[in-house]
Write a protein that binds this ligand. Structure first.
Ligand code: C5P
Length: 216
């Protein structure tokens, strides 16, 4: 049989949301089921890659052949990503919370502050931008962009700002969030490809194939 196209390659994938604690019982998060990232990790493993999947809290089974690292916060995700380097390709699909709160070690009681508590928000590290500027940057660095408007324009700007090679832009103005289908535009230095709406598993398979062609 022909050798697997991604044999000997290490792929790093992030997926899911991050949870940023406010106190022991509350957190800030983005909406993310983790499905698209998990599907990509599985598709890369099927093409023979060694896959490390760093995921926030999700309720999904680990795809066959994938090494999974569970984290809660953006800072934990960043540490796990750096720990997993070097990688030939990194695909950052996680919906990382942009801010974290100065979290309280004890539960904030309703009424104790004489009204709603004020949350002091602090910016989280941008894991993708960090990799883009790192001397350990994977040879192929891919980001995701969930947009509701000016999808391609915003995604193109993100490509430059974050120093990555491709942006997979998904239009989340419809019912993509938590759903099983996705509608994406692949943005590279060469231009924009708009793919038909298709199952997330199919997006994953096509992306994995494209990654294999690029790394070959
Ligand atoms: O800036 P925005 O959150 O829209 O960028 C999305 C891309 O950046 C995704 O690939 C996401 O995984 C990545 N990202 C990250 N760390 C952050 C924010 C976003 O890696 N703190």
């Amino acid at each position: 049989a022909a050798p697997a196209p991604l044999a000997g390659k290490h792929a790093l994938v992030t997926a899911g949301p991050t949870h940023e604690p406010i106190d022991p019982v509350r957190y800030i998060a983005n909406r993310s089921s983790g499905r698209q990232g998990f599907a990509i990790a599985g598709a890369l493993a099927r093409l023979g890659a060694k896959v490390t999947l760093v995921t926030g809290p999700v309720s999904l089974d680990t795809p066959r052949g994938v090494t999974r690292i569970d984290v809660q916060t953006a800072r934990e995700m960043e540490a796990a990503v750096n720990e997993a380097l070097p990688a030939d390709v990194a695909i950052l699909v996680a919906a990382v919370a942009d801010w974290r709160a100065e979290s309280s070690p004890r539960k904030i009681k309703k009424g104790e502050t004489g009204g709603p508590p004020e949350l002091q928000l602090v910016e989280n590290p941008d894991i993708l931008a960090g990799l883009g500027g790192s001397d350990r940057r994977p040879g192929l660095l891919i980001g995701f962009a969930a947009e509701t408007d000016k999808v391609v324009g915003h995604a193109r700007a993100k490509l430059d700002r974050k120093g990555c090679d491709w942006i997979v832009a998904n239009d989340v103005s419809g019912d993509v969030m938590g759903g099983t289908e996705n509608s994406i535009h692949l943005i590279t230095a060469a231009g924009v490809e708009s793919w038909d709406q298709m199952p997330k598993s199919e997006v994953a398979r096509k992306l994995a194939e494209r990654i294999a062609e690029t790394l070959a």
